[in-house]
Design a protein around this ligand. Sequence first.
Ligand code: AMP
Ligand code: MG
Length: 368
Amino acid sequence: MQHGTLPAGAFRAAAVLATVVVALLVGCSNTPDEPETKTELLLGTTVTVRIYEGAEDRIFERVFERVKEIEERMSTDEEDYDNTELLEVNRNAGGRPVRVSEDTFHVVERALEYSRLSEGAFDVSIGPLVKLWGIGTERAGVPEQEKIEEILPRVDYSLVELDPEEQTIRLPDEGMALDVGAIAKGYAADEAARILTEAGVEHALLDFGGNIITVGHKPDGSPWKIGIQNPLEERGRFLGIVENGPMTVVTSGDYERNFEENDVRYHHIIDGDTGKPARTGLSSVTILTEDSTEADALSTALYVMGVERGAALAEELDGIEAAFVTKDRKVYMTRGMSEHFEITNEGFEVVDLEEAIAAAAEHRRRRR
Ligand code: AMP
Ligand code: MG
């Protein structure tokens, strides 16, 4: 069995042996001042904060303490944590409501919003399936179909009970479990960017294991250039470069955490309908927008939805641009995305998303 590079559970920092920087900053600042950079293993990935100017005392500590606080509240990794707010929620499934911090309540509330928007493609109650597959852990393996079927009815975001007055979360059925691994990195990145902005930092770049968020422009006023990982090649090989002003750019892909069994690769993004890693012909989805929490949730959601359904959802939402990379080396981009994302790898064919969808609809109409 061959393991991928990310560790057990969404937040397991200790076991990150290889860096999982899906996207990297391309080139350096043109100013003579070198940025100050700090990296820690948090949220199950490598978190890098790079401040180009205006780093006041203790700013790095403040940012990393905040990220750690989010991890300690929301991790569902029992190997790293005896207890967290979400573990408490999960352990009381079928029983009492659990009071949580405003932070956790907010993230679960937003996760539910994206669960609804994506009609369960993103499903915050995916926990039991994530645990069953154990992808990224030592025990990763293909479960018996019977086990999957037994668990499927417990994956249903619409059953999650939130009480905003009491700030409680309740899971009505035993065996249900929340997992915010697909959204918490984005939330932490938003929080880190907020702290930096409030502290007066004008130029910074944050990389939360491929969730990139920028603060301001580069010090010389030019746009940021972010390299996007080629999902079909080894780490550090770019598919292309996203160039923009303040933004967040977030990628979900099958290369991040996976294992192989009998020549089949099983990855970490699970389709709640089948109970198995999503198979939509995609290798990755990249979202470009301003809110990293939203970008994180949507990159996962659109990966599960596939090109057509995913594009329809991206279209519905304001300010969301998307790029879908298929296993057969096509890149489908929304118009807005193609204005910022230059595919530099010649092995890929760029396809205009709107045109592709119109052609598919026409094809279906003719066949009817
Ligand atoms: P991301 O890398 O943001 O796409 O998030 C993937 C992580 O989210 C996985 O490691 C799981 O912890 C969790 N996850 C897997 N499948 C789903 C899903 N369909 N909906 C929500 N979270 C998921
Ligand atoms: Mg995500």
